[in-house]
Design a protein. Structure first.
Length: 356
């Protein structure tokens, strides 16, 4: 592969126990999870004093993951937007073109997503549905359980998967944690890690083994004092290069300030982390998504498949969430100046507008 000179660098700060110190949110990038993330520790995030309960109501949080091998693409999330909770599961079988999608929308708050990832869990359960994420960084693993019963319109889906954070070229899958500012006293936190996944999947009554040599996963954890009108776009993909190295990437465009200094964009190659500059994500004339930066490290075209869209309009809030599986073509530059070529790499892009 060709080698190029890298012009973008980002400071990696020393580990901190929390992204809030002395009542002020920190801004930066780390490669270790915080022991606790409680944005309510921020002193007066709004100019007008507010009771703790109202401040807590303004914090939005969710956990999400993507798992894929050479056949299956599985994406799911648990989201607490305080006005409502959202559980969403999407699975696509590239061999049969079968799609399974499940969404549960519950008015009001309820789930309290973990403030730390070292040994904590969150779950959603109802008749015919169970979804649980157990983040257990003390054992270098994240485990998820998923069970959706069959209905007349939807086949059953069961999954058990384990993210092994001890894998990687350097013996460990290096994560990325960031805290980004929307204003002086309002911030968003994100934790992302990509690694090998093992487990089992049952779809359509057939059992499939998720072999760690062929299966990769991306896990993300978010919390933030997001703007009342939130606009964000995310893209992510996973695969293996011509040297059979596992790689994955996660890119986002949001309303955070000083995105050049710190952002939520990252690339992993065999567990090694490359911090990426801010990107611009736009729709092309043929409905392709164009993802580029100003430093020459990211140049991608995303060709979407059949999209899905959820639009909710209520008295006090509205949401418009569009997502599509598809494939990426283009290239990245790693932190070592190596060009990584994308050829029909499977992944997803998602666009969200939220007024809440």
């Amino acid at each position: 592969m060709l080698e190029f000179k890298i012009v973008y660098t980002r400071e990696i700060q020393a580990p901190r126990p929390t992204p809030v110190e002395n009542g002020m949110p920190l801004q930066g990038t780390w490669t270790r999870a915080f022991e606790e993330v409680d944005l309510l520790d921020i002193h007066r995030p709004y100019p007008v004093p507010m009771p703790r309960g109202i401040r807590d109501f303004r914090i939005k949080e969710w956990e999400t993951f993507i798992i894929q091998d050479d056949r299956f693409f599985l994406q799911a999330r648990l989201c607490n937007l305080k006005f409502f909770r959202d559980a969403h599961v999407f699975m696509y079988d590239r061999e049969t073109n079968e799609r399974i999608e499940f969404r549960k929308l519950i008015p009001g708050g309820g789930w309290r997503l973990p403030r730390g990832l070292h040994n904590a869990s969150v779950d959603s359960r109802s008749y015919g549905f169970f979804f649980r994420i157990h983040s257990w960084l003390d054992t270098e693993s994240i485990v998820l359980e998923l069970n959706i019963k069959r209905t007349r319109r939807r086949p059953a889906l069961t999954a058990h998967a384990k993210f092994d954070l001890s894998l990687g070229a350097a013996g460990k899958a290096l994560p990325m944690a960031v805290n980004l500012l929307f204003s002086e006293r309002r911030s968003m936190y994100a934790y992302k890690v990509m690694t090998a996944v093992s487990g089992d999947l049952i779809s359509g009554g057939k059992h499939f083994h998720l072999h760690p040599a062929k299966t990769s996963g991306l896990f993300s954890d978010f919390k933030g004092f997001y703007p009342y009108r939130m606009r964000s776009t995310w893209c992510a993909g996973l695969g293996f290069d011509e040297k059979n190295r596992r790689f994955g990437f996660a890119l986002g465009e949001n309303q955070a300030k000083e995105a050049f200094k710190n952002n939520e964009n990252a690339l992993w190659i065999d567990g090694k982390l490359t911090l990426l500059p801010p990107v611009k994500i736009t729709r092309g004339p043929e409905e392709d998504w164009i993802i580029q930066d100003m430093e020459g490290m990211v140049d991608l075209v995303f060709t979407p498949g059949e999209p899905s869209r959820n639009i909710e309009n209520f008295l006090f809030f509205s949401s418009d969430n569009e997502r599509a599986p598809g494939y990426f073509n283009g290239h990245f530059l790693s932190s070592e100046g190596e060009e990584l070529t994308m050829r029909n790499v499977w992944g997803t892009c998602e666009k969200l507008y939220l007024r809440v």
